[in-house]
Design a binder for this molecule. Sequence first.
Ligand code: HEM
Ligand code: HEM
Ligand SMILES: [Fe+2]
Length: 452
Amino acid sequence: MKYKSQKIAYQFFLLAMLLFVLQIIYGFIMGFAHMGYDVLHDFIPFNTAVTTHKNLLVVWILAGFMGSAYYIIPDESGQELWSVPLAKLQFWSFAIVGVVAVAGFHVGWWEGRKFLEIPRPLDYLVAGNVILFLVIILMTLLKGKQTTTSWVLTMGLVFAALLYLPGMIYFDNIAVDSFFRWWVVHLWVEGVWELIMGGILAYLLIKLTGVDREVIEKWLYVVVGLTFISGILGTGHHYYYTGGPSYWLMIGGIFSALEPLAFLAMTIFAIQMYRKGNKKHPNKLALYWTLSTAIVSFLGAGLLGLAHTLPGVNLYTHGTLVTAMHGHLAFWGAYASLILAIISYSMPLMTGRNIFDNRIGHLAFWCSNIGMIAMTAAFAAAGVAQVYLERIAGYDFMTTAIEIQPHFFVLIVAATLFTTGIVLFIINFFKFGKPTDEALQTEEAFEALKTV
Ligand code: HEM
Ligand code: HEM
Ligand SMILES: [Fe+2]
């Protein structure tokens, strides 16, 4: 860590880890409910659980992005953050709004729009908070050295904030509302969040592989180009049978089928940089997480996205557990693993404790990744069976739900392995302790340590 103010990232990472644990607990509640043991139904019915699970996911990933920006932007621009007190205020207001929103879901304070359930009054607080965050980041960036990496990351964050706005407009027509809901949900995960991902991956690869910044940043342009060419019109894969014009079948099908290219470019980019690099950096775990982000995101988002993106397939799979199959591996590979990568990279630097290549960390990496791939397989089996039974054989929804219960036993077993990995990751996180100014050092000094 070069600047004292980078330490603020720790609070965001800590919040992210706590909310991640809560998210997993709600995952188990639903897994058991699907198995037929909906024992908490009177207190936390399924719709509350699923909403809480997904929103906790979004809130902890956003906390992770914010922490990453607070860590990366001072380093890239070569100076302290513009205002640490304001960054602290932003942290606390973000945490309070997030927790109030999630608590509200349990007393029916929500909107029934998948992923955008947070009620409108709270949306204004979210917007204010994000504006404060962006002001701090932009002021730091504009005052200092400007790099492609920091601009791609910052533009990703700015666009993500702007794209939250279409979800705040009130429509009394549910089809129109749904049309604009996708501007947020789709254009986030398959558009501007990919810029945030590209920026953070580029930063990590520059630090971990020792490859020249110019080479890495050239790739970044390729990734950004492919993302926009495919992702914007790719939104059409959500407009197939929603009451809109039929040209979306063609546009959505073609452009969304191109979307995996951006993820493939990211995979090739990371692997090439790893192969070119000097492989001397002592923090092997951060490199593992960086590479797994690039590879698993291609599997989960690219390949499993492609699996149901063509209109002829989506007609049958829409809104089934096939979507959940893809949603889990895509979110895990692209965004959750990315946050775990930057945490693994920055914790030794913020705390000065060099526990970056230990057994627990490696075990955490393998258990969580294998566990999530197994969970994806369980969702896939359940999803395909559901599609056949419900949409081809014509069984009703609840009869099908009972038929596919055994797959959720497999899901719970896989989720237990996954959770073991995450618990180990968090144990390591706490072992680092808190960040300290004594850890101030240059990257070179850190590399010279090379002690395990
Ligand atoms: C122990 C771990 C977990 C379990 C048991 C679990 C279980 C579930 C279940 C049962 C659903 C509802 C499926 C349905 O009926 O529609 C769900 C939804 C979802 N979960 Fe998880 N989950 C876990 C962890 C995660 C993680 C780590 C992520 C992200 C990285 C995640 C992302 C999602 C998403 C995006 C949805 C919504 C899927 C859709 O749109 O259909 N979950 N989860
Ligand atoms: C990291 C990137 C991605 C993430 C995190 C992600 C996550 C998700 C989630 C959570 C949903 C459910 C949304 C909802 O119902 O509100 C979804 C739906 C969908 N995704 Fe992705 N996705 C990603 C990339 C992709 C890509 C690249 C493709 C295509 C190649 C794709 C194809 C689809 C399709 C077709 C649906 C609609 C499923 C349905 O009709 O039920 N996704 N995605
Ligand atoms: Fe999409």
